[in-house]
Design a protein around this ligand. Structure first.
Ligand SMILES: C[S@@+](CC[C@H](N)C(=O)[O-])C[C@H]1O[C@@H](n2cnc3c(N)ncnc32)[C@H](O)[C@@H]1O
Length: 371
């Protein structure tokens, strides 16, 4: 559990987050549920950094192998985007020695809380208070759904992916608050994120979800485990989303874009060119992109494409992520708010998502753009 915020209530804390208070938050070294590390390395004579996390129990275990994304450090935002395997914790050795020759462990500066973070915390605090009882029901439902889902996929070799608790709850609350008539889900895989999206529409009493995937695992799972959620609300479309279904003509029809599909720059460009650039400018553009900051504070190459798009747009925007890799204080304060409201203790035992590592990963970036 994240404890470093101290005895003050998270609610009072958010209200008091002046610049000075924010600085003092960073004076006591935080004890994090995982150790964040930065490795600096020489890759083909170029200085590089990789950022990642290691579980405390693995820090002294030279046998622990972990995979990290590898980024170059130039300011142009160039991303090498290869994976490197790292062995051990404190004494780090890169296994993939074709890529690296020297590794040195450094602490990450994750003590960052910007004005945007403070605004987003204020917003989320209000949302968690408003939807507390619904979230308790939602989490109980999701635990039951998880059992059914795991039974259904047991013999398929397919595994639910890493849509984590915080980002699932935030997605649910956004759908409740924005009350979209038509939500796009790209893509459901075996339906873990689908369950949250459909639950929010059910609780709104209105709205439909259109999900697109190459595989029909979600269809099997949802129909078997939660048929009540599906009826009259869910439309599943199988196949390559952009070859068979999503065209420029569909760009205006969605009110919320949930994006967790092929995580590549090219695929993101297809989404942007087909749906975002062609969309009527007077319509708000709202949604979330998953896996954008999953294990370091650099955007994924997929999310770089979205960042470039957003940077080229005029108008008001709000963007935030609960990823601890982007800001540990932000993540920790939300965890604390949930704990104080009795939504979740935040401990691994209270994690709802099927994948254990998702306790910490919450890499979805939420965006609202008004052009
Ligand atoms: C990360 S998983 C989605 C996880 C899901 N949101 C969850 O909560 O479990 C990515 C999915 O994208 C699908 N996908 C990849 N490329 C696609 C494409 N061109 N069209 C439609 N679906 C695609 C994959 O089949 C896979 O099921």
């Amino acid at each position: 559990m994240v404890k470093w915020i101290g005895p003050a209530s998270a609610f009072a804390l958010v209200a008091l987050l002046t610049a000075d208070a924010r600085t003092s938050l960073c004076e006591d070294p935080p004890t994090s549920p995982l150790s964040l590390i930065t490795l600096s390395a020489t890759v083909k004579d170029e200085k590089c950094h990789i950022h990642g996390s290691q579980h405390p129990e693995d820090m002294d275990n030279p046998g622990a192998v972990k995979t990290f994304s590898l980024y170059d450090t130039d300011d142009e935002g160039g991303v090498i985007d290869r994976m490197a395997e790292v062995r051990g914790g404190r004494d780090l050795h890169v296994v993939h020695d074709r890529l690296m020759r020297h590794v040195e462990a450094l602490p990450v500066d994750y003590c960052k809380l910007t004005d945007e973070h403070v605004d987003a915390l204020g917003y989320l605090m209000g949302q968690y208070q408003k939807y507390r009882d619904d979230l308790l029901r939602l989490r109980a439902d999701a635990k039951r759904f998880r059992v059914g889902l795991m039974e259904q996929v047991a013999d398929t070799g397919l595994l639910p992916d890493g849509f984590a608790d915080l980002e699932a709850e935030i997605t649910y609350m956004r759908i409740r608050e924005l009350r979209p008539e038509k939500v796009m889900e790209l893509s459901p895989n075996c339906g873990w994120s689908t369950h949250y999206l459909l639950s929010a529409l059910r609780d709104n009493g209105a709205g439909e979800l259109h999900s697109y995937d190459l595989v029909d695992c979600s269809l099997k799972v949802l129909n078997a485990v939660s048929p009540d959620l599906v009826e009259g609300r869910w439309y599943f479309h199988q196949g390559d989303a952009f070859q068979s279904h999503l065209t420029k003509d569909t760009a205006d029809s969605f009110d919320y874009f949930f994006i967790d599909s092929e995580h590549t720059f090219e695929f993101a460009t297809r989404i942007i060119d087909t749906l975002f650039r062609t969309r009527r400018r007077d319509l708000p553009l709202r949604g979330g992109v998953h896996d954008s900051y999953n294990n370091n504070d650099k955007p994924s190459s997929e999310f770089q494409a979205f960042l470039e798009f957003f940077a080229g747009q005029s108008g008001e925007r709000r963007m935030f992520t609960a990823s601890p890799y982007k800001s540990m204080p932000f993540y920790a304060t939300i965890m604390r708010i949930r704990e104080e409201l009795g939504v979740s203790s935040g401990g691994a035992e209270d994690n709802v998502a099927p994948c254990k590592w998702t306790v910490y990963a919450n890499g979805m970036v939420f965006f609202d753009l008004y052009r």
